[in-house]
Design a protein. Structure first.
Length: 408
């Protein structure tokens, strides 16, 4: 649901009633991953997608029904061998979809509204929703923030948490906030959701109704909203300009860094989020990176490359690639060994950067670099799908529908 947070946040601000259908889990081949959503408002306007078109019509009707009766429902869709025209996934997969009404006055609306607002503003937050279990709990939600606090979305005394994962309060002997069930359930789900948030993951977990492995089992969907991952492009050259455009298309926060002020200008890189005039290795020393950050070294100049890569290859980032010919690559590796870079560290370096597409132009080269980044992230081989027998989707393996699983 958080993948369409900006549009849904506007609906909330406009006071619209709507229902949202969210992919909870997938089995086999399926076009969308957990967290993908389709929403329908009271006027019949629809946004988003849960299947790329296979079951959208049926899910649309489920949303309309949820708006009428106010009931959350979990529905499974799969391939039908008996009737080629039956509602199902022609790709052969199975998806579970949670449909939740979000009407003015519904108890779940405040927490969903808070989650949508957080996601739309770029705040790190995780939205946990009960997707299966006791009927009275299905569809209930809990919002977990980056500082570990969690709340039920209201701002009139309904916020809970003491800055650690596992807040909550009692009032006159009855628990307020969260799922409205056992307080330990809130604390346990908040701790689990915090771990999902730290990793930027969306997926499901199973837990007992009282917050342990005991009691009636619940399945909880945790959707993480995190700031856009960073792409840092070192070297303000024409290839960098094309890579910035592709990086923005892939929803990265893109920084261009070069020590030469005549090249690192806003005029040359109008689409970059940030332009830094500084020696690359010095900037990398002081800037924040994480496990989703990609570093693209396009300088192919030893005085920039060697100190930069010496540092970059020791950082816990997702990808490090460097431009240059094969001769440049071999020479650069020798220089890196001379300054103490190990063979294990060198093995992390993608050089020459990009996949073999036969690219010539800056735009084609940017495409080959982006393709390698995606393949590296998703575990793809980079080979043509035509005639291949490899899976089309290479995400972190999802558990079968109904079991514990998560995806990146």
């Amino acid at each position: 649901m958080l993948d369409i947070a900006e549009e849904l946040n506007r609906w909330v601000e406009q006071g619209r009633d709507f229902a949202v259908a969210t992919v909870v889990a997938v089995g086999g081949s399926a076009p969308r991953r957990p967290g993908a959503a389709l929403a329908v408002d009271a006027d019949g306007t629809a946004i988003g997608s849960v299947s790329g078109g296979c079951v959208e019509g049926a899910v649309y009707e489920l949303c309309r029904q949820a708006l009428e009766d106010g009931e959350a429902v979990l529905e499974r869709f799969g391939y039908s061998d008996d009737d080629a025209f039956a509602v199902g996934l022609t790709c052969g997969g199975i998806i579970d979809i949670l449909v939740t009404p979000v009407r003015v006055g519904d108890p779940v609306r405040p927490v969903i509204a808070a989650g949508l607002k957080a996601a739309a503003s770029g705040e790190a937050a995780a939205l946990a929703r009960i997707v299966s279990g006791p009927t009275h709990l299905v569809g209930r939600a809990l919002l977990v923030r980056a500082d570990g606090s969690y709340d039920n979305g209201s701002h009139d005394g309904g916020c809970y948490g003491d800055g650690s994962r596992g807040g909550g309060s009692y009032d006159s002997g009855s628990y307020r906030g969260g799922f409205g069930a056992h307080p330990e359930l809130d604390r346990t789900v908040a701790a689990e959701a915090g771990a999902f948030l730290d990793a930027g993951r969306t997926g499901t977990l199973e837990i007992g109704e009282q917050g342990s492995r005991c009691g009636a089992p619940l399945t909880v969907l945790v959707e993480s909203s995190v700031p856009a991952p960073r792409m840092i492009v070192f070297g303000a050259i024409d290839f960098a300009s094309a890579l910035v455009r592709v990086g923005k298309f892939l929803n990265y926060h893109v920084t261009v860094c070069d020590a030469r002020p005549v090249f690192a200008t806003r005029a040359r890189f109008p689409e970059a989020d940030e332009i830094v005039v500084e020696w690359p290795h010095r900037y990398l020393e002081r800037t924040e990176v994480d496990a989703r950050t990609v570093l693209c070294v396009l300088t192919h100049d030893a005085k920039f490359d060697v100190p930069l890569l010496q540092l970059a290859l020791r950082l816990p980032v997702a990808y490090v690639g460097a431009m240059g010919s094969r001769r440049t690559h071999l020479d650069r590796n020798d220089r890196l060994r001379e300054v103490g870079v190990t063979e294990l560290e060198l093995a992390r370096l993608r050089s020459p950067i990009g996949l073999d597409l036969g690219a010539r132009t800056p735009e084609e080269t940017a495409l080959s670099i982006a393709a390698e980044i995606v393949a590296d992230r998703r575990g793809g081989s980079g080979v043509s799908l035509t005639g291949a027998h490899t899976p089309i989707h290479h995400d972190v393996a999802s558990a079968p529908v109904g079991r514990i699983g998560s995806v990146a």
